[in-house]
Every structure is written in C-alpha cells, then in structure tokens.
Design a protein around this ligand. Structure first.
Ligand SMILES: [Zn+2]
Length: 451
C-alpha cells in the first residue's frame, strides 16, 4: 500500500544542493521511501500530515566511520587519557571476549543513539573476529541495523598481523588471510545490495597498516574491485603510525597505500590527519574519500585533519563519530558542531562556516559512501529526513539564521523526528518501538561481564 507523509510548515528546510538553498516556511512531501516535492504551500493529499512549526528540516546525517561494538567499553578509567596505540593495546584485552550477543546489543544501542541525534545512514568498521568466538559477529550487527531501521554500510574488517608477526593486536584476535577473504566473499554475497535506496551495502576494511599484511591489503582491494564494493581503512591518524610505516615499509602511509592500489573513488580512509600538501593534491586528483572524526581526534589528542585543504583539492570528505570508546558517544549533531569549530583554530575563523560543516555531514558523507540517492532534500532522493525543534530557550534570539542556530546554539542534541527510507524511527525525541531503558540495562550487563 502506498504511504505518504506531508511535513507541513517547516520553519526552514536546508536542501543542501549546490546553491546551499534554504527555504523558509516550506513543506516536504514524501511518498513511500522517496521525497516527491519540496516547496511552499504544497497542495497534496497525504496519509499523514505532520505540523512542523518551529522545526527545521535537514537531510539525515551520514556517519562514515564507527566501531559500534566499542560502546560497551566507553569511558574506561584506564583508557580515558591514553593515546591511540596504548589505548588499543589496553582495549584488545577486553574486546577479545566479544560475543555475537554483545555485538547485537551494542549495535542496537549505538545505532539508536545515532538515529536520536539526526543520523540516517551509518557505516561501521567491524574488524574484531577473535578465534574463540562462535557465530557470525558481522551478521549480528547487520540484523541490529535492520531492526532499528538505519540505512547501513557495514564493512567487513580484518586483522591478520598479530603481535608475533610485528603487529599491534594479540595473536588470538587476528585471523588467517584465507579465512578473511573467504568470509568477505560470504558477507558480500549474503548482504550487499548495490541498488538505489539500498538499506545495506557492504565494503571491505582491513583495520590499519599496523594490523594487516601488505598481501592482505592488496588482495582485499582486488576482491573488492571484482565484487564492485568499496574499500576502507584507518590512515594517517597519528605520528606513531607514520613512524611505523616508515620503519616497517620504508614509505609514508599514503605512499604505502598507493603502492598497494589503494587510491581512488572506491576508497575511503578514516581520520587522514597527517597528509602533506603533495598527498592532499593526490587525494583530490584520485577522488579518494576521508572520514573526518573530530571528537575522536580531540579525545585521543591525535591532531586536526586538514579538511579545508582536502575540500579545496577536490577530495571527498564526510563526517564520522568514530568508535564509541574514543568519542565516547554516537552523537552526530555534536560531531557537526565540533567539525565547525575545530578547524577555526588551525585554518582560520572563516575556514568552516556552518553550511560547510552541514554539507560535509550530509552530502559529503553520501559521496564518501558512493551514494547519490541520499544527502539532500530534493525530489527523487531517498526519504531520509531529520527535523530539530527550535522552540526552546536554547535558540531564543538566534532566529535570523535558523539552520546555523542548530550548530551555534542549543544543548539538547536530540532530533524531534527522524525518518529513514520513509519510515519514522524517532518521533517526539523518542525511539519508535524501542525501550531505551531496557536496552541500556542489557548493554550495562554485557559491558560489566566483558570488563
Ligand atoms: Zn576507527
């Protein structure tokens, strides 16, 4: 049966098109899973009419990098002030006991938190497959995404270089390269849907240059190109990583990845802080993507990614909350705010206007994930829409630019309504059909068991 929704009288609709158009006092008409019309005083018949006075509408945010399972190990006292390599070594000892149930609950929690803060599409980088675990961990998170209604880009991660082979992770959390390639094929064949409006697209994602071998990096890229899926990894997050690559591979990180055929419009890297100017030029020319993670970079003291330079060079840039244990939240609106501010320190106060931060968080993310069916509020695009309520003291006096007010002001990051693929999953700032207190109770119990 055809289902239609009319969002009536929005205070403002940010289209996020090439002109950065914002329409005041506008309506949005959705039929099934697509946007049919946007404009003032639409005269249409709808199954449901939602009064959107005082609400602003944006395209749903796109989160381009996460480790959902890490929400079970947020805020551990021993890791609160550690830098990346120490932080990882400490967490591996806990993560090695992860179970499919833990992955399912943590994905349900973290994806729900994303939906509640305006995110409608999320990528996840699951690279942990301990040898003592029975059951399919990645299947568990894909099922969770389907249940909560998130448009999902799971990446089949991998680690093959354990401690005894000169890598960072313990040997019992790494897999053989045969196992990794075989399971990557299984996951793509079982879950990947390349069609428009797809709710699940799989990518392949070796964890980092210091946790997999060169052979696996190369074989993964080859397999991904055969299967026409994207590839993803962590790159240039810290100086320690740069030193590791120079010492082990005698190349800078990007130079190393280029030698393994890891540049192009089907590749995206998480973080991308330590690129020099020549490398930035190369990323732009090859249309390589970057998942920018400001909160995680601040939390771990990693550095500030050269986002303005990357954008000017033509690279694709999206936004990401990164794993829940290095953030320690899955709050997308907060991430957009931090993105708007962090670059002003290094690149000047005018280097990241609100509209650019918003664009990175929506269309930018869509581009990074290789999608042109999401990222803006235009007819023909997927009905991924988020509305925020500006009728509170937090925004008083800021109505000269309601869209920017969302980033400059406010203390409540919850979306008033979130729609994904035409389905309303958050209404009146509450998850639809999910008891968040029951969910928290389960997550806390599993987290306690793990720790
Ligand atoms: Zn990460």
């Amino acid at each position: 049966m055809k289902k239609s929704t009319l969002f009536k009288n929005c205070l403002a609709v940010a289209i996020v098109n090439n002109a950065d158009e914002v329409i005041r006092d506008a309506d949005i008409f959705v039929e099934n899973n697509q946007i049919s019309a946007v404009g003032k005083n639409l005269t249409v018949q709808a199954d449901e009419i939602i009064n959107c006075e005082n609400k602003i509408a944006l395209p749903g945010f796109v989160n381009t990098h996460h480790h959902l399972f890490q929400m079970l190990t947020r805020n551990l006292p021993s890791a609160q002030d550690a830098k990346l390599f120490d932080w990882l070594v400490y967490h591996y000892e806990i993560w090695r006991n992860i179970t499919p149930e833990a992955v399912h609950i943590s994905a349900t929690c973290a994806l729900s938190e994303l939906l509640l803060t305006g995110c409608t599409t999320a990528a996840d980088h699951l690279y942990l497959f301990p040898e003592n675990v029975s059951g399919e961990l990645i299947d568990a998170e894909i099922h969770a995404a389907k249940e909560v209604g998130m448009r999902f880009h799971p990446t089949r991660g991998s680690m093959s270089r354990g401690k005894s082979a000169g890598g960072l992770p313990p040997d019992d959390v790494v897999q053989s390269e045969d196992q990794i390639i075989k399971d990557s094929i299984r996951v793509i064949d079982k879950f990947h849907n390349p069609e428009d409006f797809s709710m699940c697209r799989v990518s392949l994602a070796p964890c980092s240059p210091f946790s997999v071998t060169s052979e696996l990096m190369r074989d993964t890229a080859k397999l991904a190109r055969e299967k026409k899926v994207q590839i993803h990894t962590h790159l240039c997050e810290t100086i320690d990583e740069e030193n590791y690559c120079i010492e082990i591979y005698e190349k800078r990180p990007l130079e190393y990845m280029e030698s393994l055929d890891w540049l192009g419009d089907d590749v995206w890297f998480a973080h991308g802080i330590y690129f020099n100017d020549d490398e930035i030029k190369k990323l732009g020319e090859t249309k390589t993507g970057i998942a920018h993670c400001p909160s995680s970079n601040l939390r771990l003291g990693s550095g500030i990614a050269p986002v303005r330079k990357l954008l000017n060079a033509g690279a694709r840039v999206g936004l990401a909350v990164d794993g829940s244990a290095s953030n320690d939240s899955s709050n997308m609106l907060q991430e957009v705010q931090r993105c708007m501010f962090i670059h002003r320190i290094k690149s000047g106060v005018d280097s990241m206007p609100a509209k650019d931060a918003l664009r990175i968080a929506t269309r930018g993310g869509a581009e990074v994930l290789g999608r042109n069916d999401i990222g803006s509020i235009e007819p023909g695009k997927a009905a991924d829409i988020v509305l925020f309520d500006l009728n509170s003291l937090a925004y008083a006096g800021a109505m000269s630019d309601p869209v920017a007010a969302l980033l400059f002001c406010g203390y409540d990051h919850r979306a008033w309504l979130t729609m994904v693929n035409g389905r309303i999953v958050v209404r009146d700032k509450q998850l639809v059909g999910i008891d968040q207190f029951e969910l928290k109770r389960k997550a806390d119990k599993i987290a306690k068991g793990l720790i």
